[in-house]
Design a protein around this ligand. Structure first.
Ligand code: GH3
Ligand code: MG
Ligand code: MG
Length: 386
């Protein structure tokens, strides 16, 4: 097989993939040499995209623009071939075409290189010892990667049945080693275009995912996110017999703010309130959400009800003491809070999300009924006030 390739290479002096005679002299080692992991297509790397693109990804009416995003980094091409001469020639070609390169001598080395690098294009030979190109394609497709891996099979075996087997195994393209170099690099540019489109779709999806969990007025998590995460939080606490407390907070007589100063000022007050609540949360694990209207929920994982009560009091007092600047002057508000929680002792408190929220809500109602601007906890017979 390799002998055949060399023979063909010797016959042809045109600038095809085998290169002009003599160009294969500088042989490079086969060992996978690159160790960088920059996974440019992973969803978690959205924050790493350049500022101007991040702005695009957050704007509301920009789907068409997002779909034209370019890749944030030059793609890394992993060339897999058991022939050092071919590797060296391809390395030259691929670098000259403007890509970064890494090499591997067979499928096993290639899979290892993929685990430790961000290669997004794989150019692989078909016949190799240890693991051949078809197996490599299948193994790549079986696994989940941070982004799509575009595979080009590059071989002297270019009969119809070989091409079909390659595409069936998961290759995106099939190029004969007899193909002129210019056509090969043009195909790499196609790979880059497809990867850019996939990257753009990832960004668009990430944007939609964020919009679906965020309340647009306050920037806090919304009710939908609250229910999903709180349910997870509760299951975790029940499994590990830990505490989790929840505070239900409602602005007192908020309708009056709207009626007196207008809806715009009401919105401003809600935004300031959201910031104020967030500021009062000390632990990194504490979080809050706007459930709707002027009602918020605060979740305190690993916090006993007595401590949650103290936290609620702190929030209540902070809000009572805040003067909110608005175009119509300073506005003051108070809030009422209901507390509930899952106790750590196993079996003592078989609560569900629904029952915890109901209890927090009924304690909130108790705070309202007792005169507002106060906190009510399950065990406390008396609501606490300023
Ligand atoms: P209570 O102390 O019993 O909670 O009285 P309240 O006036 O706060 O309660 P009520 O439920 O009667 O009124 C809530 C008001 O909140 C009515 C509604 O217009 C207002 N509201 C709900 N969502 C928004 C919003 O996004 N922006 C503004 N400005 N007002 C909102
Ligand atoms: Mg209210
Ligand atoms: Mg309300």
């Amino acid at each position: 097989m390799e002998a055949l390739l060399r023979e063909r290479m010797a016959q042809d002096s045109a600038a095809d993939l085998r290169g002009p005679e003599g160009s294969l002299d500088s042989i490079e080692g086969n060992a996978a040499t690159e160790t960088r992991w920059d996974a440019p297509f992973a969803l978690d790397h959205v924050e790493a995209i350049p500022e101007e693109r991040r702005a695009l990804a957050c704007d509301d009416d920009d789907t068409a623009e997002i779909l034209k995003l370019e890749l944030p980094v030059t793609p890394l091409v992993l060339i897999v071939d058991d022939d050092n001469l071919v590797l060296a020639r391809l390395r030259e070609l691929v670098i000259a075409a403007g890509f970064r390169v890494r090499t591997a001598a067979n499928g096993i080395e290639a899979l290892d290189a993929l685990q430790h690098s961000s290669a997004s294009i794989v150019v692989t030979d078909l016949s190799m010892p240890a693991m051949d190109g078809l197996d490599l394609c299948r193994r790549i497709r079986e696994q989940t990667w941070p982004g799509y891996i575009y595979i080009v099979l590059l071989t002297v075996r270019d009969e119809e049945k070989d091409i079909l087997a390659g595409l069936e195994a998961g290759a995106d393209d099939y190029v004969s080693k007899r193909t002129p170099a210019a056509q090969f690099t043009a195909r790499l540019r196609i790979a880059k275009r497809i990867l850019a489109l996939e990257y753009s779709l990832q960004i668009a999806l990430e944007r939609k995912r964020k919009l679906a969990m965020i309340d647009s007025l306050t920037g806090m998590y919304n009710r939908r996110y609250f229910l999903r995460r709180f349910s997870r939080e509760m299951k975790h606490s029940q499994r590990f017999e830990g505490d989790v407390s929840v505070l239900m907070l409602d602005v007192d007589r908020f309708k009056r703010i709207n009626d007196t100063y207008g809806h715009g000022v009401g919105d401003m007050v809600l935004r300031t309130l959201a910031r104020q609540i967030a500021k009062c949360l000390q632990r990194a694990t504490d979080w809050c959400a706007r459930l709707g209207g002027e009602e918020f929920a605060i979740v305190l994982p690993g916090t006993k009800i007595a401590d949650a009560h103290i936290c609620a009091e702190k929030i209540r007092r902070a809000i009572e003491n805040t003067s909110i600047d608005t175009p119509v002057g300073a506005v003051r508000i108070t809030v009422s809070i209901g507390v509930s929680g899952l106790r750590s002792a196993a079996g003592r408190n078989p609560a569900t999300v629904h029952s915890l929220l109901e209890q927090a809500d009924s304690n909130l109602y108790a705070s309202k009924a007792a005169g507002r601007n106060r906190v009510t906890s399950p065990k406390s017979t008396q609501a606490s006030t300023a």
